[in-house]
Design a protein around this ligand. Structure first.
Ligand code: GDP
Ligand code: MG
Length: 458
């Protein structure tokens, strides 16, 4: 298949931001309003994602003043909002996400996870827009359900608009402090230099049409060639999960190409490359809640972009956040095995060669990378001697305990990001004198560790 501007795939969009800013609600709002009005418009629930087809977006954005012709077939929005997701959404070393929505609560401004998300977006060079959510909470806001934001603003009193402007300016300043320029989307002088801000309410839907239109406009204008459909498979493992009756499954986002039942695939595993065959390609039943057990449709083949659950033998040690490779008739299996382990090798190379340093552990390759990136930065500089993905087990504690015999006893420490610690590991750590710090915000780990280091020095 030739690449062409007439055959674009759906852009992939993810939602991130601090807890309680309204990420889930915003997605619900885009989805539900239509479903409730009985015009589902082909919206489909997918594994870890929701697909919004073109017709639906056109209907939803019909009153927006600045419209563009829609060339993309739809929008695939990644559902797993929160921490797990974004760091995981990688593809070929860059972000899997074509564009992101960073949700900010207008009443709270930038919060710790907003800043962490901002840094991740900068690091991955992912274009994004800010949804300045909960505008309906401005004192005496007049509700204008699902209206474009400019229409809604015309209905507001001067007091409401004054309060809005005051809060908006504060937030623009806070974003500036993070090194980025931003502006209301319809006043944005240059979309490549200023982040666009869209005021929204996930409860009454104001601004949601603008948000959808902006996502379409930006992806079409800024990344047309990246969106051209190609037959070469590009696929990222989102999650590795055991499902009753199916065994170990992997949830993947197929970004480009086609997957078939029976395809030979290679994925990156903790113990080396995993070579296996796709046994089943599954998606949820249309309009069924995806978390309902056992409700899957089987497919012979599926074309991008899609969220898919697949089953195959030997997936137990697959690593979330890595690429899935398909072995074609002309491919050399050894080459592909090597390519599949590339992601892991990159991360391994960040480990301190002196062998002195803390051990770090994270839930996925993506989050491990983010953590290593942070520890390496000039302001932090904490050396790392060992890394691992998944829960902290006894063997991880054993490995960290090696540092007890070195001069730097304080490095007998495990920094565990967003992972569980098994009770046996906890007991052993206590017995041996290994410290385990756990957190789900990266710099909280840093704070705990530096406080501990300062203590040790005294
Ligand atoms: P998440 O943690 O970012 O996914 O946030 P949720 O979507 O779970 O929302 C957190 C809380 O804020 C819930 O009680 C929502 O009902 C509420 N909320 C979300 N969006 C809005 C909004 O636009 N306006 C108002 N008034 N409340 C909202
Ligand atoms: Mg949520």
């Amino acid at each position: 298949a030739k690449r062409s501007a007439d055959d674009l795939r759906s852009p992939i969009c993810c939602i991130l931001g601090h807890v309680d800013t309204g990420k889930t609600k915003l997605l619900d709002c885009i989805r539900r309003t239509n479903v409730q009005e009985g015009e589902a418009g082909g919206i489909t629930q997918q594994i870890g994602a929701t697909y919004f087809p073109r017709e639906n977006i056109i209907e939803r954005t019909k009153d927006v003043r600045t419209k563009v012709e829609m060339k993309v077939p739809g929008l695939l929005v990644i559902d797993t909002p929160g921490h797990e997701s974004f760091t995981n959404l990688r593809s070929r070393g860059s972000g899997l996400c074509d564009i992101a929505i960073l949700v900010v609560d207008i009443m709270h401004g930038l919060e710790p996870q907003t800043i962490e998300s901002l840094n991740l977006l900068k690091m991955r060079h992912t274009p994004f827009v800010v949804a300045l959510n909960k505008v309906d909470r401005l004192y005496s806001w007049k509700s204008c359900p699902n209206a474009p934001i400019t229409n809604a603003f015309e209905k507001q009193s001067r007091d409401v608009m004054n309060e809005f402007d005051r809060r908006l300016n504060q937030i623009i300043t806070q974003i500036k402090e993070q090194g980025l320029n931003s502006e209301l989307y319809y006043k944005n002088p240059d979309r490549r230099k200023y982040v666009s801000i869209v005021p929204t309410s996930a409860i009454s839907g104001e601004g949601v049409p603008d948000l959808l239109m902006l996502l379409v406009t930006l992806t079409q204008q800024m990344m047309e060639s990246k969106l051209m459909y190609i037959s070469e498979v590009q696929c990222t493992v989102l999650e590795v999960k055991v499902v009753e009756g199916l065994g170990t499954t992997i949830d993947v986002i197929l970004v480009n190409g086609v997957l078939h039942e029976g395809d030979q695939i290679v994925v990156c595993g903790m113990q080396g490359p995993i070579v296996t065959t796709i046994r089943a390609l599954l998606t949820p039943h249309p309009m069924k809640e995806i978390r309902v057990k056992g409700q899957y449709l089987h497919h012979k083949e599926l074309k991008a972009a899609q969220g898919i659950k697949l089953t195959a033998q030997g997936l137990e040690h697959a690593i979330a956040g890595t690429q899935l490779h398909v072995v074609g008739p002309d491919d050399d299996l050894e080459d592909i095995k090597e390519e599949a382990m590339e992601d892991m090798k990159n991360v391994m190379s960040r480990v301190d060669k002196s062998g002195e340093g803390v051990c770090v552990q994270a839930s996925t390759l993506g989050s491990l990378e983010a953590l290593l990136e942070f520890l390496k930065s000039p302001a932090v500089k904490i050396p790392v001697s060992g890394i691992s993905i998944g829960p902290v087990h006894k063997r991880d504690v054993m490995r960290a305990s090696v540092m007890l015999e070195r001069k730097k006893k304080e490095y007998a420490t495990i920094l565990a990001f967003d992972v569980k610690v098994t009770p046996e590991a906890k007991d052993l750590a206590e017995e041996l004198g290994v410290r385990i710090f756990t957190a789900d915000i990266i710099y909280h780990l840093f704070d705990q560790f530096t406080a501990y280091m300062d203590n040790v020095k005294e």
